[in-house]
Design a protein around this ligand. Structure first.
Ligand code: ZN
Length: 243
């Protein structure tokens, strides 16, 4: 089965629409979302509508859980808390109810799915080989997908060897058919790995291959929407740099 993996859309309709169009040009038959549909960006309702219409499966991220009131805003940075409060004010009731129905972890086609990490599906950032080791020890499935860090990457632990990992660029591919893996598609709506293009991943659960993809989108349009909504200017600015 060919699946498009997306994560961390963060209310960025411009990026989400471009990625959906790009996915449509592949042979992917389903889209799985690893959470954070809302938060930071100016179009939370559009992003919920598109996620509900286009994903076969969607997890809840920490920003989604902030908007539903399941997480305390005191745990978030000032900018993130401000954006979450703004999102709470503008989000439609049925989209909030939908977000409330989602879970931060799941499983499909033998793949473990977590918004953040197998040890802590809501908050933990898997960005080092040491942490990846601990997560690989904790995960039930051989291959797991995580989002949350907004960095496209993979950690691999071949049988009897320590885990290693690296950031992944547009067009990079991995053979997941052996060993244990933690794979992050990167972020659709707010990339933080220096490449401002929207990030996603093409996963083949039959051949066990992964391919990282990047999609150009209207960054100026997304930034203008953030400024028009009077959200913090830094949230608009960072989109240009992919940070
Ligand atoms: Zn996120």
């Amino acid at each position: 089965m060919q699946v498009a993996i997306i994560s961390d859309i963060h209310g960025n309709r411009h990026a989400f629409e471009a990625v959906l169009a790009d996915v449509g040009r592949t042979s992917a038959t389903a889209i799985w979302c690893l959470g954070d549909v809302v938060g930071y960006g100016a179009d939370p309702n559009d992003c919920c509508r598109l996620a509900r219409a286009n994903t076969a499966l969607c997890l809840a991220g920490n920003h989604d859980l902030a908007v539903t009131g399941d997480l305390d805003l005191g745990e978030f940075s000032t900018g993130a808390a401000l954006a979450a409060r703004w999102t709470q004010e503008v989000i439609a009731d049925d989209h909030r109810d939908w977000l409330k129905s989602l879970s931060p972890s799941g499983e499909a086609e033998g793949v473990g799915l977590y918004h953040a990490s197998p040890r802590d599906p809501v908050w933990e950032y898997v960005l080092s080989a040491l942490l990846a080791e601990l997560c690989l020890d904790a995960q039930a499935e051989r291959v797991c997908l995580v989002g949350h860090s907004h960095v496209a990457l993979a950690f691999e632990r071949p049988e009897g060897e320590p885990a290693t990992g690296a950031a992944r660029r547009d067009g990079d591919a991995a053979d997941l058919s052996a060993g244990e893996w933690i794979v992050n598609p990167g972020s659709v709506g707010q990339p933080r790995d220096g490449d401002p293009r929207a990030a996603w991943l093409l996963l083949d659960t039959t051949a066990w291959t992964a391919q990282w993809r990047r999609t150009e989108y209207d960054i100026a349009g997304a930034a203008a929407s953030i400024r028009a909504a009077r959200l913090p200017d830094s949230l608009a600015e960072r989109l240009e740099y992919g940070q």
